[in-house]
Design a binder for this molecule. Sequence first.
Ligand SMILES: *Cc1c(COP(=O)(O)O)cnc(C)c1O
Length: 395
Amino acid sequence: MRDFAHEIEQRKQAGLYRTRRLISGPQQPELVADGKPLLSFCSNDYLGLANHPGNIDVLNSALPKTGLGGAASHLVCGHHNAHHQLEQRLADFTQRSSALFFSTGYMANLGVISALAGRGDTVFSDRLNHASIIDGCILSRARVRRYAHGDVGALEAMLAETSGHKLVVTDGVFSMDGDVAPLKELARVCKAHDALLVVDDAHGIGVLGPQGRGSALAEGLSESDVPVLIGTLGKAVGTSGAFVAGPEVLMDYLVQKARTYIYTTAMPPALAAATCASLDRIEADDQRREHLRQLIARFRFGAEQLGYELMPSQSPIQPIMVGGNQEALALSEALEQQGLLVTAIRPPTVPDGQARLRVTLSAAHTVEQVERLLSALAQSRALIPDGSSRAMATV
Ligand SMILES: *Cc1c(COP(=O)(O)O)cnc(C)c1O
């Protein structure tokens, strides 16, 4: 039998061992982690809605009407009125013809990619795409061609030499770098080469674009430009689940073919009602996004002044590049000693030699809390080499 304990030991030696922290109480910047109060900068609750009293009230008042459990899959008897209303709300929010509600973003990517591409087809995938996209590609049994991150020229050359059914899939906002995909250009080359474009906007929905409608609408891209739009509801929306939005014929096709939609129990319907309430809030409340933008600008200015290497990101995902796994862990631990929770992200989540601290900001943070992070980063600055010498070392 394989020596699993030995493999775990090797991971520890390489600084790749992963552990979980025990959180008690609600998700918010001031957390209790492993019994210790910490100020967190690693949640994806970008708008601070995960613990919003208004959303909780809607959940509470929906529960007696819908009951708790989903009870069956959507195609058996689980498709509740509350799910249906959420799908219509999501179509409206993303300005698409229709939408389909999935239990998680992971399942949405698996289901969508494996339904829309199969044996004999080709899927083109950005090198930095999320793990769930990579797994969806594998599951599809299609030929997979990865293109260099954001490199539309390289993609176009690959598309030109490929015949048959083609699917192009990309994160909207890249989850570990925070940069936005060149969506306009991607839409253009997909149209020119008859490829179906799938955008996973897990980190753009709620945050980017007019009224938080996401990175596609931030670029004015309609359903004909981005025919398959995926979004998650557990991040900026602050609840749980995910969706796919696009033309009715595609949603109908997914109901027939997406196995992660068909063979799983529907989510608790009351949660769908709370998600609708959260979407109303996101649409109406530009102030949260404006406050978030100010925090992002404050953080970037301060961290750059300290000589930390950041990524070209205007999103709430603001990684501090470190390089080595042990150095990333050391910086994370030094911040924790100062009362801050910022997790180190290591391979295989990011490429080898690109370990980082993934700082995420939320509208729930105050300016003072960002200042606290910056002064802790100032205290810990000596732990890692500066950006330019790090870049030299990796050449
Ligand atoms: C988080 C994430 C997912 C998974 O969504 P869940 O709802 O958490 O399963 C999918 N794609 C991207 C880009 C993500 O960041």
